[in-house]
Design a protein around this ligand. Structure first.
Ligand code: CA
Length: 364
């Protein structure tokens, strides 16, 4: 019997007798022992090094607030990338149930779920605010759920980098031809766009970027934005910092939950998980925005040369991006439905932002 029913039955009995408990002469029956709330201990695997700025600390914040809000009924222990499973195996670990929950980025699992790429970022795509609007109000979440449902995994947005930077170069990019022949560290669809313009995209983990750039093994690299780029010391290995990041106008960080584990939670704990993800989604964007603003000033004070792509280079990148996206979307029915939905929203959002935030930024 549930506790609520026990209390209800006892209350009814006392009322029927017209007596309060303290007036009873017979010793009251010993109170039923309170039902012990069920506790859940979850493992959370992440794609990040321990306490990695914004990403690792964001995942830890999620775990901490779930534990606090649930009064310890749902405890989440966070594992850095490689501690329990390698960073790029977070999706598999959650799908298998090795861990109940994971934190990473959808484009890391594109080998398994090609359409996942859309749920991190697309070149010249939505801004952070627009991406959140599309996911949470514009049908994006349902498509994301559909992509992961065959694996028994439920995704949530849980963090966003905001707009990234264009990357670090050791030579100026004054015309489209200057990209040809360059080895540029750039993962995802952005890298495929570079291929169309004659550059060679290179994929390597963040930890190897500095040395590769310094020794000339790569000619250029993108990473995230001033906050994380400065932490890696990339300004000490390259001459020009290009702005902004056409390849990643935002990037969603993803929370993955094993669906069977989520289904076992009582309603209140499930609600805590969902709302904690929403809270951390917003908080990480605040964190990135604040620290990027600070770090850019520091980089400029240290004499870093900020460069911007010429308009014809951006135009060529944009044309190549749309080709890459259309080709990529056409590879599956789900991919084409996702891109059609996102593209339609991007068009409407462009009309709106041109009249609103774009105007504000220009006035300022
Ligand atoms: Ca990036």
């Amino acid at each position: 019997m549930k506790r609520r029913e026990l209390i209800g039955a006892a209350g009814l009995g006392i009322a029927a007798l017209g007596l309060s408990a303290c007036q009873q002469e017979e010793p009251a029956a010993a109170p039923a022992p309170a039902e012990k709330p069920q506790r859940f201990n979850w493992k959370m695997v992440t794609a990040w090094p321990k306490n990695f700025p914004a990403l690792g600390t964001g995942a830890q914040r999620f775990a901490d607030i779930v534990t606090r809000m649930s009064g310890g009924r749902l405890n989440i222990k966070v594992f850095a990338g490689g501690e329990l499973v390698p960073p790029l195996e977070v999706f598999d670990a959650v799908a298998r149930g090795t861990a109940e929950i994971g934190h990473g980025a959808a484009y890391y699992w594109k080998g398994k779920v090609p359409a996942a790429t859309f749920f991190t970022t697309v070149p010249f795509g939505l801004s952070a605010q627009e991406m959140n609007a599309w996911l949470h109000k514009g049908g994006g979440q349902a498509l994301w759920d559909e992509a992961y449902a065959p694996f028994g995994v439920k995704p949530f947005a849980c963090g966003n980098s905001g707009m990234q930077m264009g990357g670090w170069f050791n030579k100026r990019i004054d015309k489209v031809e200057d990209l040809a022949g360059l080895k540029i560290r750039m993962p995802g669809l952005g890298g495929e766009v570079l291929t169309k313009l004659g550059a060679t995209p290179v994929i390597m983990p963040g930890s190897e970027i500095f040395t590769a750039l310094q020794t000339g093994a790569i000619d250029a690299t993108e990473w995230i934005g001033p906050y994380n780029d400065q932490a890696f010391g990339l300004h000490k290995a390259a001459s020009y910092y290009y702005a902004p990041g056409w390849q990643e106008p935002q990037a969603v960080l993803e929370l993955l939950i094993n669906q069977a584990a989520l289904d076992q939670l009582p309603d209140d704990l499930a609600a805590i998980v969902v709302e904690a993800a929403r809270s951390c989604n917003a908080d990480m964007l605040d964190d990135f925005t604040f620290h990027n603003i600070q770090a850019l000033q520091q980089l400029k004070n240290e004499g870093v040369e900020i460069a911007q792509y010429p308009e014809d280079v951006i135009a060529a990148l944009k044309t190549a991006s749309e080709q890459v996206l259309d080709e990529f979307a056409a590879q599956s029915d789900l991919g084409s439905r996702i891109w059609a939905s996102m593209k339609a929203f991007r068009e409407q959002a462009s009309d709106y932002s041109a009249l609103t935030e774009k105007a504000l930024y220009n006035w300022r």
